[in-house]
Design a protein around this ligand. Structure first.
Ligand SMILES: C[S@@+](CC[C@H](N)C(=O)[O-])C[C@H]1O[C@@H](n2cnc3c(N)ncnc32)[C@H](O)[C@@H]1O
Length: 259
């Protein structure tokens, strides 16, 4: 499990991004929309959105379901959500690793691009299984190994520091899901490539999302000017014919059932 300090850092970095998040969340909007289509239809259901961020999808679900909870580790994200979203939603500051919910209390758990910040995944899935009712459904998306490979590769040509977080492989996540005791109803990988007009645009989007905290990074703060220039020069190898800079995201979407 990430240390308390690491979790505070994650919460702080996302918190700082709470007002810029919605303008930077192209990938999150895409994956969340796709995830909504997996939700069961019964409007009486109780549903929790784990790592809800600014509550964009929590809000959409509150139009459909009677009891909707948005949970996040960042108090600033939740303040933004409270101010901007449907007042019927319960907002809870909490940690996905130790959910503040009773056993067998939720029909559905939804989580869009938050679980990649949690470790070990099997424990997190077991914790979600604990709070789901028998027959309950977990739908989530996460990121897989290969995500941001262009950025990772470009930094590798500059230094040995860690600039991009490590993502699990599809098989690792599949094994974690099996170990959790949840039944796999659907597990898919898809590749999404977003285009940026510059490498600075990509870095700005990651910062705008608050997704720029890397726990294994040894040098703190921004990269020095020379390192940055070397990295952006290395990124030129990926530049497309139209002059844009691609960044690849390997998306995982999962539907797991508590039998
Ligand atoms: C990339 S954002 C996704 C937000 C939202 N689900 C969406 O679709 O826009 C990830 C969110 O997960 C939250 N998060 C990260 N680790 C968490 C944890 N251990 N417990 C609860 N929330 C966490 C962050 O604070 C952040 O708001």
């Amino acid at each position: 499990m990430p240390t308390k300090l690491a979790k505070q850092k994650i919460a702080q970095t996302f918190g700082k991004a709470s007002s810029s998040y919605d303008n930077s969340a192209r990938l999150q909007r895409y994956s969340g929309q796709a995830l909504l289509s997996f939700l069961p239809l019964d409007s009486d259901y109780s549903i929790a959105d784990l790592g809800c961020g600014t509550g964009f999808f929590t809000n959409i679900m509150s139009r459909k379901y009677q009891k909707v909870i948005g949970l996040d580790i960042s108090s600033q994200m939740l303040s933004f959500a409270k101010e901007n979203r449907n007042s019927s939603i319960d907002w809870i500051e909490g940690d996905i690793h130790a959910l503040p919910f009773e056993d067998n209390s939720l029909d559905v758990v939804f989580s869009n691009l938050a679980i990649q910040w949690c470790n070990p995944l099997t424990d997190v899935l077991k914790e979600i299984k604990r709070v789901l009712k028998p027959g309950g459904t977990l739908v989530f998306t996460s990121l897989l190994d290969g995500t941001l490979f262009e950025l990772k590769n470009s930094w590798q040509q500059v230094d040995n520091d860690q600039h991009v977080i490590d993502f699990k492989t599809f098989d690792e996540i599949k094994n974690d899901a099996i170990d959790s005791g949840l039944m796999i109803a659907d597990l898919k990988q898809s590749s999404v490539v977003l285009e940026y007009h510059s490498v600075r645009h990509l870095a700005g989007e990651l910062k705008g999302l608050g997704a720029n905290h890397v726990s294994g990074k040894t040098k703190k703060g921004l990269a020095g000017k020379t390192s940055w220039q070397k990295m952006t020069a290395a990124y030129e190898q990926f530049k497309g014919e139209q002059g844009s800079y691609p960044a690849t995201y390997q998306l995982l979407s999962a539907v797991l059932i508590k039998e």
